[in-house]
Ligand binder design. Structure first.
Ligand code: ADP
Ligand code: MG
Length: 324
């Protein structure tokens, strides 16, 4: 339903998309995960025909963005990085206007607006001006606007950036509803947790190309094995705890020691048994333990491992990049 093939896009001499290739099957959510400046919005603009690729092509529902932009737009709804609602209009008027722009008559536009206000839990504020809305309500209204014409594909560019936790949860819910109704979604995000929660398939991008893809659990598996983390009470036991961890994992990898946190951790394939043996040994040697855990790698660990760095902003930043 979504296909992006070897797309390159330069801004002057700066390469924003460097041979990007992505696919999403019908009814699935493709999560495009990357830090600020990695090329997410540029990808969205190419896919939604707002920006022509320098080379390569993209298809929405089988229609090429470069050869059939009209057909692409007819099959697609967009909710941009900065929610585009008319602040002077009420929630109802915003949706009614979008329906009219899509060529619906007044009655149909009105019926569709009411239906969407209910779906996106905005009925209570239908008559309120959007300018008075919270970030989460504004985002829901914007999402509702994106699906007025029942598109097959919906593109959401960082739908929860800048929202409070409540707004984020609400947005996740409406995205999940869209998907259960059969819509194919491309969602960009900087949040590993969000990609983990919503996406069937995750593509991690860095400097305009995909550096890893798979399901959340596939990506986590690539970040290596589980880890055993032990926090002890007394700094004088750090050395002993570290040697016990090393012994119980047969020295397969050196334990990390964080003296300030009184913590030692080690990669532990088959972690459960290791944890049990480590605790037994610490107990036998009378080392007081304050915390012990078995931790699966998070998507954050994946990103770190893939890029050798944290998810920091990259590329050149623009002055007009203000949060919604
Ligand atoms: N219109 C533009 N002119 C020049 N550089 C741009 C323009 N738009 C984006 N960029 C640069 O291209 C890179 C990718 O931008 P963008 O696709 O917006 O990233 P993201 O959405 O992942 O934060 C960034 O380094 C950004 O500064
Ligand atoms: Mg962006």
């Amino acid at each position: 339903m979504i296909r992006i093939e070897n797309v390159r896009k330069n801004y002057g001499t700066f390469t924003a998309l460097d041979g990007l290739t992505l696919n999403a099957a019908e009814g699935t959510v493709l999560g495009l995960l990357g830090p600020n400046g990695s090329g997410k919005t540029t990808t969205v603009k190419v896919l939604t025909t707002l920006l022509a690729p320098d080379s390569g092509d993209a298809w929405v529902a089988g229609h090429s963005v470069s050869k059939q932009p009209e057909l692409v737009r007819r099959n697609l709804g967009l909710s941009g990085q900065y929610a585009a609602v008319d602040e002077k209009l009420t929630a109802f008027e915003n949706l009614h206007m979008v329906g009219r722009l899509y060529g619906m008559n007044r009655r149909n536009a009105s019926a569709r607006a009411h239906e969407l206000l209910a779906d996106f839990r905005l009925t209570d504020v239908a008559g309120k001006r959007a300018g008075a809305f919270s970030g989460g309500m504004r985002r829901r209204l914007d999402l509702a606007g994106a699906v007025v014409a029942r598109p097959k594909v919906v593109v959401l560019d960082e739908p929860t950036t800048g929202l409070d936790p409540r707004g984020r949860l609400d947005t996740w819910e409406v995205v999940a509803d869209l998907v259960s109704a059969g819509t194919t979604v491309l969602l960009t995000t900087q949040y590993l947790e969000e990609a983990d929660k919503l996406a069937d398939h995750i593509a991690v991008i860095n400097h305009g190309s995909v550096i890893a893809e798979g399901s959340a659990s596939e990506l986590k598996n690539r970040a290596g094995s589980e880890r055993v983390d032990i926090t002890i009470r007394n700094a004088t036991d750090l050395q002993l705890a570290s040697s016990i961890l090393a012994a119980q994992t047969r020295g397969s990898s050196a334990p990390d020691v964080e003296p300030a946190a009184l913590r030692v951790s080690v990669a532990a394939p088959g972690g459960h048994g290791v944890l049990v043996r480590v605790l037994a040994e610490l107990d036998a040697r009378s080392v007081p333990v304050t915390e012990a855990s078995l931790r699966r790698p998070t998507l954050d660990d994946v990103f770190l491992q893939l890029t050798g760095g944290s998810a920091q902003p990259q590329g050149h930043t623009r002055k007009d990049e203000v949060p919604a």
